[in-house]
Design a binder for this molecule. Sequence first.
Ligand SMILES: Nc1ncnc2c1ncn2[C@@H]1O[C@H](COP(=O)(O)OP(=O)(O)OP(=O)(O)O)[C@@H](O)[C@H]1O
Ligand SMILES: [Mg+2]
Length: 279
Amino acid sequence: MTPVLEAIHLHQAYPLPRQGLFERRQRVQAVRDVSFRLEEGQTLGIVGESGSGKSTLARLLVALEKPRSGEVLFRGERISGLPERSIRPVRPLIQMIFQDPFGSLDPRMRIGESIAEPLGVAEPWLEVGERAGRVAAMLERVGLQPDMVARYPHQFSGGQRQRIAIARALITKPALLVADEPVSALDVSVQAQILNLLFDLKLEFGLSMVVISHDLAVIRYLCDEVIVMASGQVVEQAATSRLFAAPQAEYTRALMAAMPLLPDARPETDPAGGDISPG
Ligand SMILES: Nc1ncnc2c1ncn2[C@@H]1O[C@H](COP(=O)(O)OP(=O)(O)OP(=O)(O)O)[C@@H](O)[C@H]1O
Ligand SMILES: [Mg+2]
C-alpha cells in the first residue's frame, strides 16, 4: 500500500550569521538525510535533544518550508518544493500542531474564528450556520464548551489552549497530523489529559500522526514506531516496543538513562512485601 507520508533523503540547512566581512558563510545542517515511511493509521514518534532538528523536520513534512534537497510525498504525490497554489488542494488534509501553543493561535482572533478559519479554506461552500455548527461540535469533542467561541486565547489555560489548537487542526478532517511537542508546555496532570485526547482522536478520525517530543514517555504512549534524531540525523529507527526493550544506539541509551521515570519502567511492586502492616 502507498504510505500516507514518505520522506526521501531530506536535507535542510540554514545560513549562520557571517563572522567577519570576508569569512565564508557557514551553515547549520538542521536536517541531514532523513528518510522514512509512515503507513496509514500509524503514529511515528520523533525524539531527540533540543536542536536535533525535530521542528525543522516537522516544517518540511507539512511543506511549510522547502527542503534544500530531498522530497516529501503525501499519499505518493510530491508536496515538497512546489508553489503554494499546487499544494493548496492537499493542505486541509495535512495539519500541524505547533510547538509554541501561543504561536498557533492568533491572539487577536476569537477562538471560534480561529477554529473556523481552516474550514473556510477547505470547505468554502459551507453556510454560516453550518460552519458554526461544525465549530461547536469540534469544541465539544475536545472537551470545551461551545459557548466559549467568543473568547480570546489569553482567556484560557495552557491546557485549554492546546485543546483549541487540536480543534483547529482537526476541523478539516485531516488524514495526517504532525504534532510538535504537543504537551511539553503543559504541567504533568494536564499532559495526561491532552495525550488521552490525542490518542482517542487518532482512533476516531483514523489519523496518521507524526508526534515530536523530547519526552520518551510521550513517545511510548502514542507511537507505533520511533525515530531517534541527533544533530539532524537519524541515529535509530525501530518499533516502539523494540526500541524500549533493546535500544541499539549509544545515543538512544543515553536518552533513556537521562529519563528514568518512564511509566512502564517503574520497578514492579513486590507482591509479598507490598503492604507494611503492623504485626
Ligand atoms: N529558521 C531558522 N533559521 C536558522 N537556523 C534555524 C532555523 N530553524 C532552526 N534552526 C537551527 O536548526 C537546528 C535545529 O533546530 P530545530 O528547531 O529543528 O530543533 P528541535 O529539535 O526542534 O529543538 P527543540 O527540542 O529545542 O525544539 C538548530 O541548530 C537551530 O538553531
Ligand atoms: Mg522544536
